[in-house]
Design a binder for this molecule. Structure first.
Ligand SMILES: C[S@@+](CC[C@H](N)C(=O)[O-])C[C@H]1O[C@@H](n2cnc3c(N)ncnc32)[C@H](O)[C@@H]1O
Length: 211
């Protein structure tokens, strides 16, 4: 897994997160054994916390997996009074798995599922959204921003995963399309109207307020 922190620190931060439902624990175990890149407990809890803090009722997730990060947003939206969380992934099997997990968690009443390319789906979606979460292929991060900007309300929050990219952002010799995508999105989001912090947990979770 791409943690930029060492294992003891990651374990410590994860230990501060309240105990999860058995289904979420099973999803974490699956990620560990199959090397599937879920956001993990600490980042998921930040996502939940921020969604609660901004009272999010309309959330759009770009590049969902089998529902782990989606569960954080869906729980927050339920607790905020209900609304919608869009789960979007181009893998049909992941979408099916997510339906199963989120049903067991009692969260699927707020989730809308799309098996499709995420940026195109957001472009067609009726905005505005209170919170958008981006976890698509990294080389496509910069091109997703104009669409996100058009659909996120002023005062809304954009959260982006993998923004330290296993420390590759620091390696000037790394000019791969994915690393350049992460660097370019960082450059774009560290100027107005964005108010941005990059939280160095797991693989770097960027939190940006659209001011
Ligand atoms: C990193 S995983 C998502 C993990 C999820 N955020 C979690 O923590 O539970 C990203 C998923 O999005 C898919 N994906 C990547 N780019 C996409 C795109 N542009 N449109 C739709 N799906 C995409 C990938 O195939 C992969 O299944």
């Amino acid at each position: 897994m791409p943690d930029v922190l060492d294992a003891p620190l990651t374990g410590y931060l994860d230990s501060l997160v309240p105990e999860r439902h058995a289904e979420l624990q099973a999803m974490e175990a699956y990620a560990a054994t199959h090397d599937f890149p879920i956001v993990g407990p600490a980042c998921a809890y930040v996502c939940y916390q921020i969604a609660r803090m901004v009272g999010a009722r309309r959330v759009f997730e770009l590049g969902s997996g089998y529902g782990y990060s989606t569960a954080s947003f869906a729980r927050a939206v339920q607790e905020n009074g209900g609304g919608e969380v869009h789960h979007v992934v181009w893998d049909k099997d992941l979408s099916q798995k997510a339906r199963g997990h989120l049903a067991v968690l009692g969260l699927d009443d707020v989730v809308q599922y799309h098996v499709a390319e995420a940026v195109a789906t957001l472009r067609e979606a009726a905005g505005p959204f209170d919170l958008i979460f981006n976890d698509i292929t990294k080389k496509d991060y910069p091109a997703s921003l104009p669409v996100i900007d058009a659909k996120l309300r002023q005062g809304g929050v954009l959260i982006v995963d993998n923004m330290l990219w296993s420390r590759r952002v620091l390696d000037g010799a790394d000019q791969s399309d994915d690393t350049k995508g992460v660097r370019e999105l960082t450059r774009l989001l560290t100027q107005p109207p964005w108010v941005t912090s990059l939280i160095p947990i797991r693989d770097g979770l960027l939190v940006a307020l659209k001011s």
